[in-house]
Design a protein around this ligand. Structure first.
Ligand code: 3HC
Length: 281
């Protein structure tokens, strides 16, 4: 999601520094932005000049120190509290006090992440949706300590991106994932129980309910590993069976079927067009 957020900010006119831990990850991110911008140009949603200007606004680095001059830092690393808190602590020491910190977490507590820094009043949740360049929504999440000024600045930033903010309380999953994740997990349960095939479960929700993609294809887009982490965090908070990740999801993640990004999930993306994966259930 990091490259998608960077792209949206660059297209909106911001100078963006993208930091990742490894050079190969940076190259993948850069390639994803180029391909996404090309698709927007092909669909006539963006002009070629705007594409070129957006690309010049992006710089790519593996050095955390390069973020020291940024007015806003948005973190989109894996859903792991310890990992995120350690990163924020380090950034807190490098960025000036006025810099606003925002986490793209989908399920972790904003208040808990903010407490890892010396600026809990300038810490907020900005939760984007996949694929970021296309989805208009951003959930703006105020932690217990987020100041009114930080909240106003975050809302203004989201609007400058041309996206629509909604305001959510700091409860695990916020608004969208609290509703979406039990539905996605239930689709996996339906498949596991033999209620329908991969193709029929997806076609059912597309053709019967007008969803743009079925739940299993959406799981592949979001990432099976990501959804597993979110389900575990939601279950920890609410202790309700509907949030508990089903065994099949766990086994698929263990087998390396992480969805689109790994080439295989409920669908096999090495085939053109992608077809349902051959799974022994
Ligand atoms: N940049 C990036 N990805 C793009 C893109 C662009 N400019 N244009 C299309 N895509 C992606 C799609 O994922 C898909 O991949 P593929 O073609 O490479 O296989 C493809 O491109 C679909 O292309 P289409 O041109 O056919 O797609 P549409 O433009 O008609 O719609 C869609 C694509 C907007 C993704 C639509 O299917 C949709 O709305 N799907 C539901 C998405 C959704 O529910 N997202 C929320 C997920 S939850 C979340 O993110 C929260 C997190 O915390 C879990």
């Amino acid at each position: 999601m990091g490259s998608g957020i960077a792209q949206a900010a660059a297209v909106a006119g911001f100078a963006v520094v993208v930091r990742d831990v490894s050079e190969p990850a940076l190259r993948r991110g850069e390639a994803a932005v180029r391909s996404s911008l090309d698709r927007l140009v092909a669909k006539e949603k963006l002009g070629t000049a705007a594409r070129e200007t957006a690309l010049t606004r992006l710089s790519w680095t593996s050095e955390l120190a390069t973020l020291a001059d940024c007015g806003l830092v948005i973190e989109a690393i894996p859903e792991d509290t310890a990992l995120k808190r350690a990163l924020w602590q380090e950034l807190d020491g490098r960025c000036p006090p006025a810099t606003i910190f925002a986490s793209n977490t989908s399920s972790l507590s904003i208040t808990e992440l903010a407490a890892a820094t010396g600026r809990p009043d300038r810490f907020i949740g900005l939760h984007f949706f996949n694929p970021v360049p296309l989805m208009p929504l951003v959930e703006v999440v105020r932690g217990l300590t987020t100041s009114a000024e930080t909240f106003d600045a975050a809302l203004a930033f989201v609007r400058r991106l041309g996206k629509e903010p909604i305001v959510a309380r700091d409860r695990s999953g916020f608004i969208v994932n609290r509703l979406l994740v039990p539905y996605l997990l239930d689709a996996v349960r339906a498949l596991e129980e033999g209620t329908g095939s991969v193709a029929d479960i997806d076609r059912g929700m597309q053709l019967g309910c007008g969803h743009p993609m079925g739940p299993l294809m959406l799981l592949d887009l979001v990432g099976l590993d990501t959804t597993l982490s979110i389900g575990e965090i939601l279950f920890q908070e609410y202790r309700e069976a509907r949030f508990a990740p089903p065994g099949l999801l766990r086994r698929m993640v263990a087998a390396g079927f992480h969805g689109r990004k790994s080439g295989r999930g409920f669908y096999d993306y090495t085939a053109e067009p992608p077809r349902p994966s051959d799974l022994t259930l």
